[in-house]
Design a binder for this molecule. Sequence first.
Ligand code: GLY
Length: 394
Amino acid sequence: MQSIRVNLAERSYDVEIGRGNLDHLGQFLAERAETSHVVLITDENVHKLHATRAAESIGEREIDVDVIVVPPGEESKSPEVALSLWQGLLDLGADRRSVVATVGGGVVGDLAGFIAATFARGLRLLQIPTSLLAQVDSSVGGKTGINLPEAKNIVGAFHQPAGVLIDVATLSTLPEREYRSGLAEVVKYGAALDADFFAYLEQNTSAILDREEDVLLEIVARCCRLKAEIVERDERDQSGLRAALNFGHTFGHAYELISPLPQAGEGSGVRAASNSNSPLPQAGEGSGVRADGAIGMLLHGEAVSIGMVLAARMAERLNRVDDSFTRRLRALLDAFGLPTEPPEVDSQRVLDIIKRDKKASRGRLQFVLPNQLGRAELVDGVAPAVIQAVLESK
Ligand code: GLY
C-alpha cells in the first residue's frame, strides 16, 4: 500500500493506492470524515462490479449508505443529470454532515464531485476511482464539473476531496478499449513532465498491456505523485504550471466534440436506493446512454492521443522540438494501440471549436507545447495559420 499526501494546507488529503483495499473503504472513510450518512454515487457499469462492495464496507461502520446510480458515459455530465442528483440528495435528507462518495470513472467523479461542491454549499467528498483515467488523473486535484453541449467541463468548481482511495484490482474489469484510452493520460505524464517515466513506459509496454498489478501500482503512484506536486504549486490552474496536464487536450477536446455522438438510450434518469440494511439496487436493463465501443466515437484518451501528436507537430513547426520527439511519442502511443492520426473532418470546424474552447482567452489561442521530452509549457498567442497548417499536415 502506498500513500501520497497532497499538501494543500487545511485542504490536504491522502491518495491511498493498493490492491484489494476497496474492502477497507469504511475504515479509510472513518479515519477522514466523521459522519453517519454517506451518499454513494456510481454508474450502471460500476455499480455491481465495485460500488456494492464499497457500500458494504462503509455499511459495516454502521453508517447509513444511500446509493444513486447514473447512466454511464459523458452524457451524464449534464445540467439535467446534475439537477436530478441535487433533487436526489434533497429527497434522501442529505445535509452538510453527509459525505458524498463517488465510485467510478472520470465522468462519475467529475459529476459527483460537482454535486458535492455545490449541494448545501459543499459536502465532504471521497473519490474512489475505478478507471485508469480517473486513477491517474481526474480523481486527484479537486477539479469537478459538467459539460454544456458546446464546451466540456465549462461549469464546475474546485473542490478537493477528503481522501482518494485507489484499488488497482478494479482495473481488471475495465473494457480493453477504455483501459488503453486511460493509457493516453499516462503517456501524457511522461511526455509532458517526466522523461524517465516515459522511458519506463517504453520499457514495460507488454506488462502494462497485460495489466500486471505491480506495474499498475507503479504507474498509478508515479502519476499521482506528479499530479500532487503540480496541484500543490498551482491548485487553481492559474500560473500555467497545472496547464501542462492539458498536453494534447486542446486538439483532443475538439475531436471529442466533433466525433459522432451515440444514440441516447432509454431510462437516462438517475435512480436512488437507500440504506445499508436493504439490498442495493440492481442496474437497470437497456439504460446505457453511451456504448463505449461505438464505432466512430472517440473516447477521451483516444482524442488526447491524437491531440498530443498534433501538439508535438505544432511544437516542431515552432522549432521547440525536433521530429525525434514526435516519432518517440507516436511509437509509444502506437504500442498501446491508441490512434495517432485525426479523423477526416473539416479542419475549419476543428479550428472553430478550438477558438471557442475555454483556453482561448480574449482571442489569444493557447496550447501546451513540449520543448523537450518530459517538459511542456503553456504557449500563448499561437497564430490560427499555424493551427490550420498542423491540422492539414500528415
Ligand atoms: N486533468 C487536468 C487537471 O487536473 O488539471
